[in-house]
Design a protein around this ligand. Structure first.
Ligand SMILES: *Cc1c(COP(=O)(O)O)cnc(C)c1O
Length: 385
């Protein structure tokens, strides 16, 4: 039996055709497909600007640089995220710190953020709330704190394209300075590898555009002078973080399917919610002011270790999202220790991500549900003896 992964891309004939079209065209990169994807993306989320890059990791890096993050500054994020949410601070020579999660939504807790500002007397330059599993953080509360204390809000929306918060799409940046998306194949839509930043701030937009491509410009308004039609200037130290047109064409095609993907993910989540036995499986709770993209369906179980192993033995590609970032050996070396964020650590002890993706069949889902029930019941029986 083939393994049922926890997440997987869905590629249609139309997706393939749009990639082939670029391959037959004159430009594989720096053509028209990237600006088209950017305009599709900003229209979809309802933001003024979108900048496509080659990964969410790159997006986080140059968004932080554009916000002026550097040595002597701090960036605070959630410990329950992928390491990239924190590494971006270190790329910029800044310090990173972690704010514990809310035990219901598993997102960074805004009250704990304010407590930390008060108890440490420190104000981070950037706070990175992560919309874990595709459920938006309570951005209104973060906005109030950002205004009160004066820090940038950079949403790590890697899980959350297609999600909504209050009456806007995640990425509209109504309550933040910028948002970052990932288009890795396991995320909601894909470009192979890829990412993007959305913002309503023209200054951040201009800086990010420069940083994406070597710090080089041909814009008359930005250049110091002009030697001729060949002329360009490097104004800052940038990178090559560009997305290719091949990838962008796939991105635009996938974006057309995004609402269907999210709808399908909701149907799968609803079926899990209905069928999973809550006497021994804690299901993910949903805040009322948002609509998740359901990138992940993460449950909490006692005795997670053996249950995880048995599920894998049953060819179910369950996963764990995430190991608290500060418990990684690299972060322990910088000085973080066990016990730092207790909610995050107890969440980590019990979490399992079950398969959820648009092409998951009802039959496969029933198999997952039956397996997890029988494995959990056996595990419970063993622990009672
Ligand atoms: C996937 C992911 C990233 C990194 O995305 P890449 O596109 O692979 O660089 C960052 N943050 C979170 C929360 C993610 O899930």
């Amino acid at each position: 039996m083939k393994i049922i992964p926890y997440g997987k891309q869905s590629i249609s004939e139309q997706d393939i055709a749009s990639v082939i079209e670029v391959l037959r065209s004159d430009y594989l990169t720096q053509g028209e497909a990237v600006p088209r994807f950017e305009s599709d993306l900003r229209n979809y989320v309802g933001a003024d600007y979108a900048i496509a890059v080659n990964s969410a990791t790159s997006a986080l890096h140059i968004a932080c640089l554009a916000m002026g993050l550097g040595s002597g500054d701090e960036l605070w994020t959630s410990p329950i995220s992928f390491v990239a949410s924190a590494n971006c601070a270190l790329y910029c020579g800044a310090k990173v710190d972690f704010v514990d999660i809310d035990p219901d939504t598993y997102n960074m807790c805004p009250d704990k953020l304010e407590d930390k500002i008060k108890s440490t007397g420190k104000i981070p330059k950037i706070v990175v709330p992560v919309h874990l599993t595709g459920q938006s953080c309570d951005m209104l509360k973060f906005r109030v704190l950002a205004d009160k204390y004066g820090f940038f809000l950079l949403e790590d929306a890697s899980h959350a394209i297609g999600a909504s918060y209050l009456d806007g799409k995640v990425g509209s940046c109504q309550y933040s300075d910028a948002a970052v998306f990932s288009f890795h194949p396991v995320k909601i839509i894909t470009t192979g590898e890829g990412g993007a930043i959305t913002t309503n701030n023209p200054d951040l937009y201009n800086k990010i555009v420069l940083l994406r491509s070597h710090g080089i410009t041909r814009d008359q308004n930005l250049m110091n002078h002009n030697d001729g039609p060949w002329y360009y200037e490097q104004l800052v130290l940038g990178y090559n973080y560009r997305l290719t047109d091949i990838q962008a064409a796939l991105g635009s095609s996938q974006l057309h399917r995004l609402d269907d993907f999210v709808q399908k993910r909701h149907e799968i989540a609803a079926f899990y919610n209905k069928k999973l036995d809550s006497s021994f499986i804690k299901k993910p709770q949903q805040a009322q002011n948002q609509r998740s993209s359901f990138h992940l369906y993460a449950v909490q179980v006692e005795n997670r270790g053996p249950i995880f192993t048995r599920l894998r033995e049953s060819n179910i590609g369950v996963n764990v999202h995430y190991i608290p970032i500060y418990l990684q050996p690299y972060y322990k070396k910088i000085g973080f220790t066990k016990g730092y964020c207790m909610n995050a650590e107890s969440y980590y002890q019990k979490t399992i991500s079950l398969p959820i993706y648009p092409d998951l069949t009802n039959e496969q889902q029933l198999y997952v549900i039956n397996q997890i029930h029988s494995i959990c019941r056996q595990s419970l029986a063993v622990s009672v003896e």
